[in-house]
Design a protein around this ligand. Structure first.
Ligand SMILES: Cc1cc2nc3c(=O)[nH]c(=O)nc-3n(C[C@H](O)[C@H](O)[C@H](O)COP(=O)(O)O)c2cc1C
Length: 373
């Protein structure tokens, strides 16, 4: 069983633990000769990195090193391995509370699965830190997609009970919005609402607590005809990756759960001819019909739960003593994950779409481009 590798055509394997020597990713299936923009990888890693009062005090540099599959500024076509060394570890914080299971975290389930052999320090393999190499892999995939006109962007649609402005439905306005989001650290469309969200995060932090939220992602420039029904549909491929991200507890495409309250006449997206292309007047189906892209923007929303590690005293169990206990968490944790997770979601989407493009066109599209239907 292969557990830490996603994909069949473009495989992405992640490795590492929060307080181990390094974390990293191996990508296999990249075409030879793709120029890589290191600054774009750096930018995405910086968006995921903790900075400022609304993030954990563990602030890693996330310096990355490509140790294989890359020569003279281009991919070689052999497995590309990217590593990030862990530098800011304070394992003592975790030794004190090792057996006190953090509610909402993976401590209990990891003990059951791996016994005493799991590296519990800093959450081990279950730390949000493991998403840094995923982001780096996603940044590579995003570059390949962008070179062929496919752009991905995410905003914080809701955080701590505050909603952002909606994504524009007009395609030119949506393209401009995604461009702005991809150059913004706290990814909101309305800066005032973003300030209110950050105040909500700080208020939760002051209470020793945390908040969650909803991310909304759009993919533009998608050709119609991508996706492999039944089991490798666009939705099932993206959902597989999105649900692999720690703290993701829900995903919906297009109108999602709101379909439940609609009639067919409202839910259906009417077809129109526009400049010689098939378009839909609304996009309730989020750019996907029958698991295949229909050429409209792919739109999905992802729920990120509140950070499980909170500083408030909590009821738990001492796993070694097998008795009830109280937990007062030490260590460094985010009062919210959502502002850092947005680029993890972009990365997951980029990896999934590259896998589907490879299924349709082999590796050649990475250089030659995609066939726009
Ligand atoms: C970018 C990112 C940062 C995270 N930071 C923390 C953190 O500081 N403290 C914490 O308890 N959980 C953090 N998490 C969430 C945990 O890793 C996650 O809740 C845990 O592994 C349990 O998995 P589950 O929530 O998917 O069930 C983070 C997740 C992400 C994506």
């Amino acid at each position: 069983m292969v557990k830490s590798t996603f994909g069949k055509n473009l495989t992405v394997s992640i490795f590492g633990e929060s307080h181990g020597a390094a974390i990293g990713v191996v990508i296999d299936g990249l075409a030879a000769g793709i120029p890589l923009d290191m600054a774009a990888i750096r930018r995405d890693l910086d968006f995921r990195r903790a900075t400022g009062a609304i993030s954990t005090a563990r602030q890693e540099g996330d310096e990355f090193e490509i140790v294989s599959g890359f020569f003279e500024g281009h991919t070689t076509g052999t497995p590309l391995c990217l590593m990030i060394r862990n530098t800011s570890t304070r394992s003592g914080d975790y030794a004190r509370t090792k057996d006190l299971l953090r509610p909402g975290h993976a401590d209990y389930t990891a003990f059951v699965k791996y016994g005493d052999w799991q590296d519990y320090r800093g959450g081990g393999h279950f730390s949000g830190r493991i998403t840094a190499p995923l982001v780096a892999a996603g940044a590579i995939c995003r570059q390949i997609l962008a070179a062929h006109g496919v752009m991905i962007g995410t905003h914080i649609a809701e955080c701590g009970g505050v909603a952002d402005a909606p994504m524009p439905s007009d395609e030119a306005a949506l393209a401009a919005a995604l461009d702005r989001l991809n150059n913004t650290a706290f990814a909101v469309l309305d800066a005032d609402r973003g300030d209110k969200m950050q105040q909500a995060v700080l208020a939760a932090k002051a209470d020793g607590d945390s908040v969650g939220g909803v991310l909304e992602t759009a993919v533009i420039g998608m050709p119609a005809g991508i996706g492999e029904p039944f089991f490798n549909s666009v939705e099932s491929t993206l959902a597989h990756l999105l649900f692999s991200v720690p703290a993701v507890k829900g995903v919906e495409f297009g109108a999602g759960f709101a379909f439940a309250g609609m009639r067919g006449s409202e839910a259906n997206d009417p077809w129109r001819m526009q400049d010689g292309r098939l378009r839909t007047a609304t996009n309730n189906n989020g750019g996907i019909n029958g698991g295949i892209s229909n050429g409209m923007p792919i739109v999905f929303r992802t729920v990120i739960k509140p950070t499980p590690s909170i500083y408030r005293e909590q009821q738990t169990v001492d796993y070694a003593a097998r008795q009830d206990a109280t937990l007062q968490i030490k260590g460094r944790h985010d009062p919210a994950i959502i502002h850092r997770a947005r680029v993890v979601i972009d990365a997951a989407a980029a990896i999934g779409l590259c896998e589907l493009f490879c299924e349709a066109f082999g590796t050649a599209w990475q250089i030659d481009g995609i066939v726009n239907k």
